[in-house]
Design a protein around this ligand. Structure first.
Ligand code: GUN
Length: 297
């Protein structure tokens, strides 16, 4: 039987709908409008597309959106001064500095200068530490989106074997922490893992976030497993042109898996939806209000 397709586009629309309701409540009952500031340094074309999309969706759910587009040659001092200004701006509840930054800027230092309460990416060292110790934190958007989809499909994840492929700070490592928090038995695999097919064969849940087009194939998957594909890779089409594919080979995996996220239309749309959800969560917390449980790990 072919796998159930987990529709991230529809799921993300439902998350945005819930976010919009919370934004209305915050505005009407609590007289506060959540605000998100996005900082883009340089002109990386992919980053420009993301930033435009974030700005549009932020406005659509009723939040304040501001964008700071800085020249690629911007100094660390100027960028730090901007972040400090946003840290103290009472109309801003979320700050996102688009990565990657130009090489002359110290990415870790810049991220750690953001007020952790406004760190809607969940990349600040204090949020990383809070997540790692199971405390309330801001959670990185892509893994949070994956977790929401897994919980929605399975209900409880308790006791399931999960293999995360990829050890990035943005996806792999926080994903492993989140699955552990939901009582999965977690293996964090990566490009140097020995016998990767055998490791994956054990998994009830496979999260592919390794950045290699169509690497995970159906033969490696346990029948009935759930495959969450975080990869977004552009490859050449046989007849010319290009197309987007994930880190899993959709054709072979979907004939073995129980459920799978497609690329495009799976994890991708969830990332921005979770960014909006994190901004709402930050707004509740900063104002000392009880936050909705539905968006948090
Ligand atoms: N670049 C690629 N993904 C991300 C993300 O989730 N957050 C930020 N800040 N930059 C990114």
């Amino acid at each position: 039987m072919p796998a159930h397709i987990i529709d991230g586009k529809t799921f993300a629309a439902s998350v945005r709908g819930k976010v919009a309701k919370h934004v209305s409540q915050l505005r009407e009952i609590h007289m506060t409008k959540p605000g998100l500031a996005v900082v883009l340094v340089g002109e990386d074309p992919a980053s420009q597309v993301y930033v435009r999309s974030k700005g549009k969706q932020t406005v659509e759910v009723g939040m304040k959106s501001i964008e700071h587009k800085l020249d690629a040659s911007t100094s660390e001092k100027v960028l730090l001064a901007l972040i400090e200004k946003l840290n103290t701006d009472t109309e801003i509840h979320g700050i996102l500095v688009q990565l990657p930054l130009p090489k002359h800027l110290d990415e870790d230092m810049i991220i750690n200068s953001i007020d952790p309460a406004k760190d809607v990416d969940g990349f600040h060292i204090s949020n990383v530490g809070l997540l790692g110790t199971g405390q309330k934190s801001m959670v990185p958007c892509t893994p949070l989106g994956c977790l929401m989809m897994l919980r929605d499909y399975h209900g409880s994840l308790s006791g399931m074997d999960a293999v995360v492929i990829g050890r990035s700070n943005i996806v792999g490592k926080p994903m492993a922490q989140l699955l552990l928090g939901d009582s999965c038995t977690v293996t964090l695999a990566h490009s140097r893992t020995k016998n990767l097919p055998e490791v994956i064969q054990r998994a009830d849940i496979v999260v592919a976030a390794v950045g290699r087009p169509q690497m995970v194939i159906g033969d490696w998957i346990k029948p009935g497993a759930t495959v969450i594909d975080v990869g977004i890779n552009r490859i050449e089409k046989a007849g010319g042109g290009t197309r987007l594919v994930g880190d899993a080979d959709f054709a072979s995996c979907s004939s073995v898996a129980g459920a799978i996220t497609p690329v495009p239309g799976g994890v991708g749309p969830m990332t921005i939806a979770c960014l909006l959800a994190n901004t709402v969560t930050a707004c509740y917390r900063i104002n000392g209000l009880e936050e909705p449980g539905e968006f948090t790990a």
